[in-house]
Design a binder for this molecule. Structure first.
Ligand code: ATP
Ligand code: MG
Length: 195
């Protein structure tokens, strides 16, 4: 299963989610690796090297391949993606995750990206992922209401804002506290059941 992370807005959590999924899949005993299309920042590969994670090796097959992409802010204009890198990631993926903050403004912004994914790879399963949610601050009312006008379903499990998710970028699974691990495993089950 190939899972691409893309977002129109920078800093939505693509790399963090990539690393967290890598660590969670590892716990389940399945093979997993990361392909880092963000050549400029290269954060995913830097992170993996800190805790013995797996970067994709040419010719190797994995149960899960996670594809991280660069900030696409400047790549999407008028609903069109000019840079080929996100397109390459989407074209190869079975599943595309679009992380966003739970703010309605940010959620509405995901629509361009959803449309881009549908045009680029109509066979891909696409889900919006609410990231950095906080207890009590996720706006009351249904998520569906906030997403009015958006055509991609929201993954039913979101990820909270947690400091240990940041620490996982250097310490991997060992940096996660029990509640984070529990949330992350629920998230991972939701993602892996998409295909
Ligand atoms: N669930 C979370 N809890 C706490 N901090 C988070 C969470 N998700 C992301 N962050 C933090 O938010 C910042 C942006 O996250 P990240 O680098 O993963 O986003 P990105 O989409 O990969 O950014 P870029 O577009 O620059 O590649 C980082 O400082 C990261 O540690
Ligand atoms: Mg990143």
């Amino acid at each position: 299963m190939k899972i691409a992370l893309i977002a129109k807005k920078g800093g939505a959590g693509k790399t963090t989610i990539c690393i967290l999924l890598h660590e969670a899949f590892r716990q389940t005993g399945q093979t997993v690796a990361v392909r880092d299309y963000d050549r400029i920042q290269g954060s995913a590969l830097k992170s993996l090297s800190r805790f013995g994670g797996t970067a994709e090796q040419p010719g190797q097959a994995y149960d899960f391949l996670l594809i991280d992409t660069p900030p696409s802010l400047t790549m999407l204009s008028g609903g069109k993606l000019s840079a080929p890198v996100a397109a390459a990631a989407v074209a190869e993926a079975n599943v595309v995750l679009i992380p966003t903050s739970p703010s309605p403004f940010d959620i509405w912004e995901t629509e361009d990206t959803v449309q881009f994914v549908k045009r680029t790879n109509p066979n891909a399963v696409v889900r919006v992922v609410l990231n950095k949610t906080r207890a009590g601050t996720l706006l009351s009312g249904s998520v569906a209401e906030k997403l009015e006008g958006s055509s991609a379903p929201v993954l039913p499990v979101s990820l909270s804002e947690r400091q240990c998710y940041q620490h996982a970028g250097v310490g991997g699974w060992a940096a996660l506290d029990p509640r984070a691990r529990q949330e992350l495993l629920r998230f991972t089950v939701a993602v892996s059941s998409l295909k």
